[in-house]
Design a protein around this ligand. Structure first.
Ligand SMILES: [Zn+2]
Length: 541
């Protein structure tokens, strides 16, 4: 028998959580053709995996690699850490569907987050048209899409801070159904972001019921991960219970001192929900800092009507004063990062303009001093105005004890919460959160090898078969004949993340080979440039 590829002599960690065993893995026509002792078999290519672990390619349960793949399909930061499938359309945002009347406005928004000179054209309207566009461009890793609740809300009713009319809600239901028909895996929400934050629980339940009809998942960046964490977890569970579908809590954490230790309670709530029959699980990235857009520091009312309105308010003295008061004292139900964490724990990770590049990697106290602004509020307002709202931040918010408790839990799976970026060139922008390059090697190198928080096989399960099962990607995530040949080969003695907050564009070590659909996508730790990924569509019915 002759195969396309044989990986010889590795320790197979099959993705199911079982102890490793020694064997060869043969690949033909993009799939795993045989596993075991294949000494007599030949192949066009042989990879010697002696001393290495041969695992299923990692399935990133929470990725923001969509949108960007249209202009950067190579997906370096994704592939080099061993990820072969990403689940995108997260935190309420997907690139489709769109309201054609908003095409230009949305293009402008995307353009603000692209490297200078890179054009971003929205050539699609429906969810299906977007998926086809990604297929045309090609993609480095497999990509499974959720439809975003905020995206659907914007398409139906714009950026307003109000409840939908019955007609608008019906339009949202229609758009969600259309996306599910096209192959979406679920519905995501981002309930700390506009306009998702303006939605009631009832609105989300109505849309989740549509997703339930198609066997999809409700995947949520919940309404708060700090002071309101417990209420927010309860809401996510309630939505799953009322709409009758599985719940995935995104990037689970206890953020800010007031929430530290509360993971004991959130994990208990989820276990209890499961006993009642609610299928709830969660993902996590292995860091004490989070990351999101800088405008998230402003109170909900400031976002009413969209970014243009927000910028107007930032220029208005009375509105600035009101924002300051709200950040100082907080508002019921609002995730107030600056008030909860303090300015010294908020680091600007990305700005668009050359003039402000020195702000990247500095916290707001340092930025205030550097700019000579009278206080941090003024520094924030002026920076946001200069950047037209397009800036990113890293927030230092979690304690290690919660990170480990959440990681150890059997309902945890791994996800990056990162987009796909490059280590050099135009797509290596700013100082993004180190999770972009480091999530998976960090779990394997630090939490498995150095700290002993997880067994190797358990960590691999959390990276492969568990997320694959969660989203219904049942032909990936295991080393078994018949599965698609997504394979990650790493050295358990040397695998490590090298990306840091100040120096985040560092390739990980100890992951020499990554195979996507039978094609070698990473060789000696470097991307080959192959666009071997597929656009995955959830099968309906
Ligand atoms: Zn999120």
């Amino acid at each position: 028998m002759s195969y396309d590829l044989i990986v010889r002599g590795g320790r197979i960690v099959d993705g199911a959580g079982n102890p490793w065993y020694r064997g060869d893995v043969a690949v033909a026509d993009g799939r795993i053709a045989a596993v075991g002792r294949l000494a007599d078999a030949g192949a066009d290519r042989v990879i010697d995996a002696e001393g290495l672990v041969v695992a299923p390619g990692f399935v990133d349960a929470h990725s923001h690699a969509d949108g960007g793949v249209i202009v950067y399909p190579e997906m370096e930061s994704t592939l080099v850490q061993g990820i072969t499938t990403v689940v995108v359309g997260q935190c309420g945002g997907s690139p489709a569907p769109i309201n054609p009347e908003m095409r230009e406005l949305l293009e402008e928004r995307y353009a603000k987050h692209m490297p200078p000179g890179i054009e971003f054209k929205i050539t699609w309207t429906t969810f299906d048209e977007y998926l086809r566009r990604v297929e045309e461009v090609g993609v480095g890793a497999n990509i499974a899409h959720h439809v975003g609740h905020s995206t659907v809300r914007v398409a139906a009713m714009g950026f307003d801070a109000r409840q939908p009319t019955e007609d608008e809600l019906e339009e949202m239901r229609r758009l969600v159904a259309e996306a599910m028909e096209a192959g979406a895996y679920g519905l995501s929400t981002g309930l700390i972001y506009p306009p998702g934050m303006f939605a009631t629980t009832d609105e989300i339940v109505e849309l989740a019921k549509v997703v339930a009809r198609y066997g999809g998942v409700y995947d949520s960046h919940i309404r708060g991960e700090g002071a309101t964490l417990l209420k927010a977890v309860a809401e996510a569970i309630e939505i799953g219970e009322r709409a009758g579908l599985p719940v995935q809590i995104s990037h689970h954490k206890a953020a800010g001192k007031s929430a530290w230790g509360k993971s004991v309670e959130t994990l208990r709530m989820m276990e209890e929900a499961r006993r009642r029959g609610v299928d709830v699980t969660f993902d996590q990235y292995p860091y004490r800092a989070g990351s999101t857009s800088l405008v998230t520091l402003l109170p909900p009312w400031a976002h009413d009507g969209g970014v243009e309105k927000l910028l107007e308010r930032l220029g208005n003295e009375a509105d600035r004063e009101r924002m300051r008061r709200d950040i100082e004292t907080g508002l019921p139900g609002w995730e107030n990062f600056a008030g909860a964490l303090g300015w010294e724990n908020i680091m600007v990770s990305y700005v668009r303009s050359e003039a402000n590049k020195a702000a990247e990697g500095k916290n707001l106290v340092e930025i205030k001093e550097m700019r000579g602004d009278p206080d941090e509020f003024t520094a924030l307002y002026r920076l946001l105005l200069e950047e037209e709202g397009a800036a990113g931040m890293v927030i230092f918010a979690m304690q290690e004890e919660d990170v480990r408790r959440i990681m150890r839990h059997h309902l945890q799976m791994v996800g990056t919460d990162a987009s796909s970026v490059a280590s050099t060139g135009p797509f290596a922008l700013g100082k993004p959160h180190p999770r972009h390059f480091g999530t998976y090697p960090r779990v394997l190198g630090r939490y498995v090898r150095e700290y002993g928080v997880l067994r190797l096989e358990e960590a691999v399960r959390k990276m492969t078969s568990f997320p694959a099962q969660r989203f219904g990607i049942l032909d990936r995530g295991l080393i078994r004949p018949g599965m698609w040949a997504d394979i990650t080969i790493f050295d358990p003695e040397t695998v490590i993340d090298n990306a840091t907050y100040q120096n985040p564009h560092q390739l990980p070590g100890g992951i020499p080979y990554v195979i996507v659909n039978g094609v070698v996508a990473v060789e000696r730790g470097r991307c080959t440039g192959a666009l071997a990924g597929k656009v995955l569509r959830k099968k309906v019915g």
